[in-house]
Design a protein around this ligand. Structure first.
Ligand code: HEM
Ligand code: HEM
Length: 225
């Protein structure tokens, strides 16, 4: 089982994730209306690029936008969840030892104590995200079972990874379960709203360009639209 999961299944899940999100990213831009969006963006590339980078960066900084400042509780749990969700899978020592064996590449690694803190933070904040979905009426009416499923899928590798790491119960069972959960997450990325991992950058770039050019950014500068 372990051989299969760390062999063909590892390549299949990593390949599906990378190829899938690249396709989604390209399709996003191809799907833009050429008259309404692309014409304006192409005519003003410098303003567009500035607006795109501005929007992406400000939304990546805690409290960096009015949207984040308006909802401080959401901002805290969002970043509490996402900092670990992005950093731990990429920079965990155990993952990089595994990557070095598989493809001969390893990235910088997190101190084990930091990795533990970030992993716990993901789990606690995922629980708070669920409570938010249940308790706020404006979020509850938009929530379906699908949203809980995505949260569960996202948090499962963290719960099973920590159980394996603390060697609670049968180590090889929990490590195998962890790898299955991690690979399920990777495969789900292009097919579910987890594709936001890449599409966040696409839609923020598009909106940033929109505001920098058409929606007021070039007001009074003789723009034709
Ligand atoms: C660069 C990487 C990422 C960016 C920029 C990003 C950005 C976002 C944004 C903007 C939201 C919407 C928040 C809102 O409701 O206002 C979101 C939600 C979410 N993200 Fe990410 N994300 C990233 C990576 C990840 C990863 C790696 C995971 C999973 C391991 C993940 C899981 C989730 C989940 C489960 C939600 C929904 C939370 C909820 O139910 O309220 N994200 N993300
Ligand atoms: C795709 C294949 C994956 C493999 C082969 C793998 C392998 C491993 C291994 C060997 C460990 C160390 C267990 C120990 O300490 O003995 C580990 C821990 C962990 N992994 Fe993964 N993993 C994978 C995917 C993922 C993904 C996608 C995530 C998160 C989105 C994740 C999150 C974690 C966490 C949170 C830990 C424990 C962190 C800590 O030490 O505090 N893993 N993983």
């Amino acid at each position: 089982m372990y051989e299969f999961l760390t062999g063909p299944m590892f390549w299949l899940s990593l390949g599906t994730c990378f190829i899938g999100i690249t396709v989604r990213f390209v399709l996003y831009f191809k799907g833009l209306n050429w008259q309404l969006e692309r014409v304006a963006y192409k005519a003003y590339p410098a303003q567009g690029l500035k607006g795109a980078l501005n929007s992406i960066l400000n939304w990546l900084i805690p409290f960096g936008t009015c949207g984040w400042r308006k909802q401080p509780f959401m901002t805290l749990i969002f970043f509490g969840f996402h900092i670990g969700a992005v950093l731990v899978p990429l920079f965990l020592l155990a993952h990089n030892i595994f990557l070095k064996e598989k493809i001969g590449i390893s990235l910088i690694t997190l101190h084990p104590v930091i990795a533990d803190i970030l992993s716990w933070s993901v789990i606690v904040c995922a629980f708070l995200l669920v409570l938010r979905r249940i308790s706020l009426p404006e979020v509850r009416i938009l929530t379906t079972a699908y949203d809980y499923f995505i949260l569960l899928l996202s948090v499962a590798p963290f719960v099973t990874g920590l159980i394996a790491r603390y060697e609670i119960g049968n180590y090889s069972f929990w490590l195998t379960t962890h790898i299955i959960c991690g690979e399920a997450l990777l495969i789900a990325v292009p097919f579910t709203k987890l594709s936001h991992i890449a599409l966040f950058f696409a839609s923020r770039a598009q909106l940033g360009m929109d505001y920098a050019i058409k929606r007021g950014g070039m007001k009074g500068k003789g723009m034709a639209w």
